[in-house]
Write a protein of this length. Sequence first.
Length: 240
Amino acid sequence: MNSSQQDAIAVIIGRAGSKGLPGKNSRMVAGLPMVAHAIGHARDSRHVRKIVVSTDGEEIARAARETGTEVVMRPPLLAGDTASVDEAVRHAVESLGVSHGIVVILYANVPVRPHGLVDRAIDHLVSTGADSVQSYESVGKKHPWWMSRMDDDGRITPWHRNDVYRRQDLPEVWFPDGGVIAVTRESLFTVDPDAPHAFLGTDRRGIRNGPGEVIDVDDEIDLMVAEAILQRQQACQTVS
């Protein structure tokens, strides 16, 4: 890719509805609305040339506009629980009529990301020629080999045959932490109703984050953790 092909649009997605934490995408975290933190992460990127917030919520839209960020309001069809991420992102890109070769997807409910995460994803996408790059975190001690099923009578059966007793002997397992998704425009617009993740393409890559480097806020506990981390970061910046 040449430099113009590396230019990216960042689409920040955040619905008004949330069952786990009502109004989470416009909630205040460390002095800013949740969505404003994601906007700041996009603005820190050297590759992102345009930022847009896709939402159906007026409070989220107002918070985004107060930062000078463009907003695309979603139709009701793309605002319910069954609406997919890629549908909302395609709608935003098509609404703006932009032609960037790379689309970065950021969740509005992630106020904590490590510095440079967006550019790490874009750089890896470009250098590998992959269709998509997501960030991942290790499952740590919550490994699937140590998970169990429990029936109504409390009987336990292992999820997986477990013959490993030491955490150090478990194979590495990673889960998408919600920090970033970078995808080529071509892959984003690949739609297959029988394959809900078709927009990620066939060559899917990952970048690693450490524990706690990304906080995906889904409930009050997540919110408190994010608040504590951001306040600590602000205190360290003030001291330095």
